[in-house]
Design a protein around this ligand. Structure first.
Ligand code: GDP
Length: 424
């Protein structure tokens, strides 16, 4: 069976933990979009792992982990991360699609220069090269990984593409042009590093699906960051939706039978843009930020503080809907045990009218949150594995979220560790 694990919100919902957990019963885990621009943290018997590009099945020795064709592959980051996790005692099986495209060093430079040029209007990019990479992919001037294996054609193509890149570098960003020989040498070197991992993963997956293997598609970020359904333009550059899993992995769409939408018991977001349920009181925000996740709500890739807010039922219901969620996994509920009352955003007021429908990005900027307060449970529920053992208030909180989202909450995560989970 093929299942997708995707985010309902802005990302950092805890997809990594849920993927690591469900990987116990899986044969293959695939990253199908995004790149090394967001992180996921998993904690299990092998230790604590802050992964960026690696699929979250890497802690399971019997699983094949795949970087699908839809990913933006930064080869040097991939190799560094691979070496890091091997030095932590893991020995993961990894395959990289021969159709995946690679981040070129200039994608990272352009990401940085463009954010600098935009100044106060910057997107808050992680400057990993993601937006320039996907622009080039769809402008048909990207490089599939297999193109790094043939020196002659690589050299010719790099020369051709540098005509465009150098014109921009020199005239728009006032930087030195890129030397074609040096870049060719670097990319040939990167090609050698990645070649042992590269395979026809589409053919491999075709056979795996046919023989009934259990396959997990692991998404990065969440619905709000999808270029079509999210809060454009404060989005990422590849689709974060389960539907894209079929494309970015190379699996028939009708094979995806279960779509687990992960959402946190409160909200967090990174980067600029509308965030209706944001906690604006900085002291209250800091308290939640410092208590959140396993080490506070600070980016796993960048270390920057995440913006935090209360659970947003309007955004999450929409987020689940566009994912096609069959199940919800609610994480980080243990974090809320310090509160007397827990606000939940149940509506948006736009021009004096309250709605429960998530509006398009143009209207969203006008939305003000309508909160309902749920009683807190004022106790430490970390590590509880039985729903009936949760305090009544915590059970009610889960049921309330379930009702608001309209999707069964089948997993409740009560801590960052693999076993700190309730299966409902
Ligand atoms: P992802 O990108 O969706 O995988 O999410 P991240 O890993 O970036 O962020 C989730 C954070 O929450 C990480 O620090 C996890 O270790 C942590 N986490 C996941 N589930 C829980 C939970 O139920 N409780 C607590 N306290 N932390 C959790």
């Amino acid at each position: 069976m093929v299942q997708a694990i995707v985010g309902a919100n802005w990302g950092d919902e805890g997809k990594g933990k849920i993927t690591d957990l469900l990987a116990n019963e899986s044969d293959i885990v695939i990253r199908f979009q995004g790149g090394a621009n967001a992180g996921h943290t998993i904690i299990n018997e092998h230790g604590r792992f802050a992964l960026h590009l690696m699929p979250s099945g890497v802690c399971h020795e019997n699983i094949v982990n795949i970087i699908g064709n839809g990913v933006a592959l930064d080869i040097r980051k991939f190799i560094n991360e691979y070496n890091d996790i091997c030095s932590q005692g893991l020995n993961p099986k990894l395959m990289v699609s021969d159709r995946v495209q690679v981040i070129m060093p200039y994608h990272v430079d352009f990401d940085k220069y463009e954010e600098e040029r935009l100044g106060g209007k910057a997107f808050g990019s992680t400057k990993s090269g993601i937006a320039p990479f996907f622009s080039d992919k769809y402008a048909k001037i990207g490089f599939q990984v297999s193109e790094l294996f043939d020196e002659e054609t690589l050299r010719e193509k790099i020369g051709r593409i540098l005509e465009i890149k150098n014109a921009l570098l020199v005239n728009l960003y006032h930087k030195d042009p890129i030397d074609a020989d040096e870049l060719t040498k670097e990319m040939l070197e990167q090609g050698k590093l990645i070649k042992p991992f590269v395979a026809d993963t589409q053919a491999f997956l075709f056979d795996a699906v046919a023989s009934g293997k259990n396959i997990l598609l692991e998404g990065q970020l969440g619905s709000m960051k999808d270029p079509d359904m999210g809060i454009y333009p404060m989005v990422t550059s590849s689709s974060t939706l389960a539907g894209f899993g079929a494309v970015g992995a190379g699996i028939p769409p009708y094979e995806i039978k279960k779509i687990i939408c992960v959402t946190k018991a409160y909200s967090s977001a990174v980067g600029a843009g509308a965030f209706v349920s944001e906690i604006l009181d900085e002291a209250k925000a800091k308290e939640l930020r410092d208590r959140g996740g396993d080490k506070g709500e600070y980016g796993a890739t960048t270390g920057r503080p995440r913006r935090v807010g209360w659970f947003d039922a309007v955004a999450t219901r929409y987020g689940c809907r566009v994912q096609g969620a069959t199940d919800v996994a609610l994480t980080n509920i243990d974090v809320l045990g310090y509160l007397d009352e827990i606000p939940v955003c149940v509506g948006y007021e736009i021009d004096g009218v309250v709605t429960k429908d998530f509006p398009n990005p143009n209207k969203l900027n006008k939305a003000k949150p309508v909160f309902e307060k749920m009683p807190g449970w004022k106790s430490d529920i970390r590590g509880v594995t039985d729903f009936d053992k949760l305090p009544k208030e915590a059970q009610d909180y889960v049921k309330f979220i379930e009702k608001e989202c309209g999707v069964h909450v089948s997993l409740v995560s009560t801590g960052p560790k693999r076993e700190e989970t309730i299966n409902r």
